[in-house]
Design a protein around this ligand. Structure first.
Ligand code: PHE
Length: 470
């Protein structure tokens, strides 16, 4: 990450297949260095999975009915990428392009964990799990069970930490803690705290572990960020910088021919010859386009498996999650087929709001994807009611759902390699004058940062070659 610029000017002509974040970033960087880029995009507009839906938009789907988006003024639904980690290059592009950002609440102690039919606040689940883990480790330490690993000094230091980590009592017992939360929070009086936790066995059986460690990874660590007003401002600004006239939409590529002096690309409406080509289509779709790049390229392109992913936006006539549950942004994790509920990290205290009523992948996503939009909503509401009660089903003004495996010319939420093997590295190299790029060619699959890093890598290589050959 950080600022990026190709050094020196290049004058070559480059045809870029796909105007998603990868293709746009490549065109943007090449454009800054003087290249003449043309982008061919099969969909009706640029952006790819970077898709934000607002009232008046229409979302079509393969083998399914189109949906009219009915969200009210000022509301939006990020059908694709929504959260950005601080170390990601995405934020550098936001800064460079003047795309405003704000915090995205990824971890919220006030949100719920719903497992085995029970909902608890995340703070409660965390207090109990940390408490019991600390108790066990503290007692093992104290009894000398770890003496082969610990000096006397280590032992004291570890015990000091564990008392704090688990909020343990004088005998190193976890007996609950104000960290679990309150029925009535303290104010003029001391409030009424939750009752003591269940037993260690009960807490373990509740199975909250996965949910409370969700944001431990470097890619999910709080605070994360989001684009003010919807992620697609990144697309809008990139398109402005590149020049909208460089993008041909509705252009489905039908052939790629690598030639000694250039690349010829045909689409269902024309043909173009350029000095180089950057193919940024999803690998499973690129694999089906006739080309002369060799059987090993086709075989490699077939390896990454597309993952089904779905999301639903639920618009409510009032922000009951703020008013009643006192949840301001964040995510409730569940063991239901909705996987999770996202509360909006914008528009606090506004009149209406949009929840993400499911964000799932794999079989759960396929299950929802196979339903009609109405049935997706019905099912999502039935599930969410298990956490939030009857209010979850009242006051829904509109909904909009996306099944990425059913989005034309995309057909997947992301594509994953079974292994980062020689096929992966093969496609990181150009095949003749054709370069491949996309988040699927990085270790940042399913992140805009992957798309951008891949684009940077490829334009760097291409530019080096152009400078050497002139
Ligand atoms: N980037 C997507 C997200 O934040 C998908 C993803 C999830 C990727 C978890 C990696 C890990 O939800």
């Amino acid at each position: 990450p950080g600022d990026f610029s190709l050094q020196g000017r290049g004058a070559a002509k480059v045809v870029i297949l796909g105007a998603g974040v990868t293709g746009l970033t490549a065109a943007y960087e090449l454009g800054k260095a003087g290249y003449d880029c043309t982008l061919l995009e099969a969909r009706a507009k640029a952006g790819g999975r970077n898709l934000t839906l607002r009232g008046g938009d229409r979302l079509t789907e393969l083998n399914g009915p189109a949906q009219e988006v009915k969200l009210g003024e000022g509301l939006y639904f990020n059908a694709g990428p929504a959260r950005i980690a601080q170390w990601m290059v995405t934020l550098d592009y936001c800064r460079e392009l003047g795309v405003p950002i704000e915090t995205f609440v990824n971890r919220n102690a006030q949100a719920y964990i719903h497992t085995n039919g029970q909902s608890v606040r995340q703070r409660t689940a965390r207090a109990d799990m940390y408490g019991y883990v600390a108790e066990l480790l503290a007692k093992a330490t104290d009894s000398g069970a770890l003496d082969r690993k610990l000096t006397a000094e280590d032992r004291d230091r570890l015990l000091t930490f564990l008392r704090r980590f688990g909020d343990l009592g004088p005998e190193l017992d976890y007996e609950g803690s104000p960290r679990r939360g309150f029925f009535d929070y303290p104010g003029l009086d001391e409030g009424s705290p939750f009752p003591p936790p269940g037993s260690l066995a009960q807490v373990l059986a509740a199975g909250t572990g996965r949910a409370i460690t969700n944001d431990f990874g470097h890619d999910q660590a709080s605070p994360m960020f989001q684009v003010v007003g919807g992620t697609d401002t990144i697309v809008t600004r990139l398109v402005e910088a590149i020049g909208a006239d460089r993008i041909t939409t509705g252009a489905k590529v039908t052939g790629i021919t690598d030639l000694p002096d250039g690349v010829e690309v045909t689409w269902d409406g024309g043909r173009i010859k350029a000095d180089y080509c950057i193919a940024t289509l999803p690998p499973h779709l690129l694999a089906k386009i006739p080309h002369n790049l060799g059987a090993d390229v086709t075989a490699a392109l077939r390896l990454p498996t597309p993952m089904s992913t779905g999301k639903i936006g639920l618009e409510y006539d009032r922000r009951w999650w703020e008013l009643e549950d006192r949840i301001y942004g964040g995510v409730s994790e569940t063991d239901l087929d909705i996987a999770r509920i996202w509360y909006p990290s914008y528009g606090y205290h506004g009149e209406r709001g949009v929840l993400v009523g499911y964000y799932n992948h794999g079989p759960d996503a396929e299950l929802y994807g196979a339903l009609t939009p109405d049935d997706r909503r019905r099912r999502a509401l039935t599930q969410g009611k298990k956490i939030h009660g009857e209010k979850y089903r009242t006051g829904v003004l509109s909904s909009i759902s996306v099944a990425w495996e059913r989005q034309e010319h995309i057909q997947g939420g992301w594509a994953s390699w079974p292994a980062f093997d020689s096929s992966f590295t093969l496609l990181q190299r150009p095949s003749g004058r054709v370069y491949f790029a996309g988040d699927w060619l990085t270790r940042l699959t399913a992140w805009m940062a992957g798309a951008m890093e891949s684009a940077r890598g490829v334009v760097t290589e291409l530019h080096k070659r152009v400078l050497q050959s002139s």
